[in-house]
Design a protein around this ligand. Structure first.
Ligand SMILES: *Cc1c(COP(=O)(O)O)cnc(C)c1O
Length: 431
């Protein structure tokens, strides 16, 4: 039997720069101002975001330096392992070679810290005192809470009511890091009061929580908003995943042809795939890039490409994206991080141009493969990440059926140790 192999870079080889795909994607449509419908100017975003982050949002520079303070904090958990999933290969009896990048080893248990750290950093150096944000399942809220703490900033998190009730432990994680957690919709904002008046028993949504957090930042000059996905600058920060993976594949003397990630707003999938895609855009390679979304919130496979708001109140800029509509209420699936109505502009454009493809997967299949992955690799995956595992298994079984080799890389975006309630429901047949 083959043993599971890990490929780990030495510290000094943690990337010093992020890769900005906008340098190689000239066709991206601009965001539009919600009131004027004119392209958003960087200065329009200044009430919401740190200037350093706005600059990155619009930058066309191919390589952007990772600040030393951020790199030092990355070293707490990076490089993350690239792992040959030999146990899973054996369980599937597939000719495919399967690798995963294990982002679950971050202190908060997911890839979200990769962007939380630079977002807190740029706010800190610009003299901002308080950060606000929304969180679905609580992964982003946990990541930005500890990032804010590292840089001595105050943190307020609007948490989608469904997850606040379903996943009490993530709330405790945020509170332990010093974050203040408010279930959303709340009566602490104008937007929240409006949502509650319309539907008093609503379980909330990411879109509603974004409305509340944006309103808070817009009204307080000492507070800035942070966002865990969707934006170009978040895709940028997450490219550290793929850049490390690329060097690790050199150590493994192998190379992927299929790259898979689960899809909420697109940041972990973008993070693992965009650095590889740069070789395809330069005409030097070809990849099968697969986004795995939930049937409970299928913007890529069932949505339309058009301009839409990022939140449920229509406060954010209009983003050119695949969307189910800004007032869409996703099913109450356990993969809270995938319950977002739209896809980030970069990943949407790539889908529109047929450079990536998408599949939507039902949560029963996801928990089934989550259990198989736990038993074959020893890691209990986040409900979000099980979508990537399910897509990987579909592709590996296809390779077996068709009798050809395939090298699959998927991103394990997080672990499921704070999602055991969902696993319990699955194991008891109550999903
Ligand atoms: C937030 C989250 C996702 C979905 O967000 P993306 O921006 O699409 O990556 C996926 N997996 C985990 C573990 C998450 O926390």
């Amino acid at each position: 039997m083959k043993t599971t192999k890990k490929f780990l870079l030495p510290d000094r080889e943690i990337p010093k720069e992020w890769y900005n795909v906008l340098a190689d994607l000239p066709s991206l449509q601009p965001m539009l101002h919600p009131a004027t419908h004119k392209p958003v100017r960087p200065s329009d975003l200044e009430p919401l975001f740190a200037k350093g982050l706005i600059e990155q949002e619009f930058s066309r520079k191919r390589w952007i330096e990772i600040p030393e303070e951020v790199r030092t904090l990355y070293k707490i958990y990076r490089p993350t392992p690239l792992v040959r999933a030999s146990g899973l290969e054996k369980a599937l009896d597939t000719p495919a070679r399967i690798y995963f990048k294990n982002e679950s080893v971050s202190p908060v248990g997911s890839h979200k810290l990769n962007s939380a750290l630079p977002q807190a950093y740029y706010n800190k150096i610009e003299g901002v005192r308080r950060l606000t944000t929304e969180t679905g399942a609580g992964q982003w809220g946990s990541a930005i809470s500890i990032a804010a703490r590292h840089f001595g900033l105050d943190m307020e998190v609007f948490m989608v009511r469904l997850s606040y009730d379903q996943k009490p432990y993530r709330k405790v994680v945020m509170q332990t890091y010093g974050g203040r957690v408010i279930p959303s919709p709340s009566n602490t904002t104008e937007a929240g009061r409006k949502f509650l008046a319309q539907k008093p028993d609503t379980t909330g949504s990411l879109g509603m929580a974004i409305s509340e957090a944006c309103e808070r930042a817009a009204l307080d000059p000492d507070t800035r908003y942070t966002l865990g996905s969707v934006l170009n600058m978040v895709m940028l920060h997450q490219t550290i995943i793929g850049l490390e993976a690329e060097r690790q594949f050199e150590m493994a003397q192998d190379y992927p042809d299929t790259i898979i990630g689960c899809f909420g707003g697109g940041s972990n999938f973008g993070g693992i795939s965009l650095p590889f895609l740069r070789h395809q855009l330069a005409g030097k390679a070809k990849f099968d890039l697969i986004a795995a979304e939930s049937t409970g919130c299928p913007k890529l496979t069932k949505g339309a490409f058009r301009y839409d708001y990022g939140d449920s109140a229509g406060l954010t800029p209009l983003i050119p994206m695949y969307t189910l509509g800004y007032d869409y209420e996703p099913e109450a699936i356990h993969a809270g991080g995938l319950r977002y109505h739209g896809a980030g502009a970069i990943m949407s454009q790539l889908l529109k141009d047929n450079i990536i493809r998408a599949m939507d997967i039902d949560q029963h299949e996801c928990f089934k493969v989550g259990k198989l992955f736990a038993q074959s690799e020893g890691i209990i995956p986040a409900p979000e990440s099980t979508h990537a595992i399910a897509a990987t298994i579909r592709e590996a079984l296809k390779a077996k059926e068709e009798g050809h080799e395939k090298v699959i890389l998927f991103n394990l975006s997080g672990h499921g140790l704070l999602d055991l309630g969902a696993y319990e429901a699955f194991l008891n047949g109550q999903l």
